[in-house]
Design a protein around this ligand. Structure first.
Ligand SMILES: C[S@@+](CC[C@H](N)C(=O)[O-])C[C@H]1O[C@@H](n2cnc3c(N)ncnc32)[C@H](O)[C@@H]1O
Length: 313
């Protein structure tokens, strides 16, 4: 029995049959109209070769990290850095022809997978930055430092790319309210306190991982928060652009893309995860809110009441 406030999506494939039926399976080269805004069920290495060339504006990849991990029956085995580099090279080779000339690429990883991933990315793309996401959760280690961060590599296909910095500003409380001629300098006085919309850096400490009382939460073992995806999508795409995620998991990329008016294509081998994705896409028909993003800005952790008040105004 789930607790009343537990919103975790965790249906079986049998329970989710109507959702699985909404997904597509590819047996031959696909046309864009057959895969746009769809979840493709199956192996990404096979399916990527069946997609049209030159259709992706933004590629978001959250591959299995080089760790032993059980994805509800599909075991990913930890391997050497050299073999993980080959694995990375093999999906990049397949995905590269699908990208538009001015496409952007984000790849998520932990510190260990980051080294081989960076090596492969830089041999194909222009690396623009490495974002560090400070996750507040993670397993403690008895003889090592607990892992509290992840990397997100930001690369582009060419020197010409989209970046909307004003769409990803962070509203922060002003600690030292500096005034010029008696007027706030770059900050705002409100009933709830003094705030400034700050430029986002490559260190992200404002995003929690999804937890059981959040409507976006599923039973996926490595689900990414919608707030994190919203930053990538708002900065690096335009409304109507096409976003591809070849390791879709519980669907966070597609769901956030839909909420923000972008097209999406996702590939996932696990049928159960595809059901959860479709359930979330259905929920996004009625609710386009993204926890932590309100009033056109991103908010620091633990500011839900402030966000709700800002949205009502
Ligand atoms: C790190 S998880 C992605 C999580 C996702 N970002 C989310 O928010 O739910 C990687 C996903 O890739 C899937 N996967 C691994 N190898 C795959 C393959 N060869 N083809 C398709 N999916 C694969 C796994 O089942 C897993 O769901």
């Amino acid at each position: 029995m789930k607790a009343e406030r537990n919103k975790t999506i965790d249906m079986t494939v049998e329970e989710g049959k109507i959702y699985l039926d909404r997904c597509v399976r590819l047996f031959e080269k696909a046309k864009l109209e057959n895969i746009l805004d769809k979840t493709i069920v199956g192996d990404t290495f096979q399916n990527l070769t069946l997609l049209p060339e030159n259709f992706v504006d933004l590629l978001i990849v959250d591959p299995p990290y080089n760790l032993a991990k059980n994805y509800h029956g599909n075991q990913f085995k930890k391997t050497s850095d050299e073999l993980y580099e080959e694995y990375t090279e093999s999906w990049i080779q397949r995905v590269k022809p699908l990208l538009k000339e001015n496409a952007t690429i984000y790849v998520c990883c932990d510190w260990k997978s980051s080294l081989p991933i960076e090596k492969v990315l830089k041999s194909h793309f222009h690396i623009q930055n490495r974002i560090t996401w400070q996750r507040e959760k993670g397993r403690g280690a008895l003889s090592n430092w607990k892992n509290g961060m992840e990397d997100i590599w930001f690369a582009t296909n060419s020197a010409d790319y989209t970046f909307h910095v004003d769409a990803v500003k962070i509203r922060r409380k002003v600690v030292a309210p500096y005034k010029v001629d008696g007027a706030p300098k770059d900050w705002e006085e409100t009933e709830d306190g003094n705030f400034r919309n700050t430029y986002p850096s490559n260190f992200w400490d404002d995003i929690s991982i999804p937890y059981w009382s959040m409507p976006e939460n599923t039973a996926h073992p490595t689900q990414k928060p919608e707030k994190l995806l919203a930053k990538l999508i708002l900065a690096s795409s335009n409304p109507g652009d096409v976003i591809l995620d070849p390791f879709l998991g519980s669907g966070s990329t597609s769901v956030t893309a839909k909420k923000l008016g972008r097209h999406y294509v996702g590939i996932e081998q696990n049928e159960q995860y595809c059901c959860w994705t479709e359930k979330r896409l259905e929920m996004a028909e009625k609710d386009v809110t993204i926890q932590g993003y309100a009033d056109g800005v991103f908010w620091e952790r633990n500011t839900t009441a402030l966000q709700q008040r800002a949205q009502k105004k």
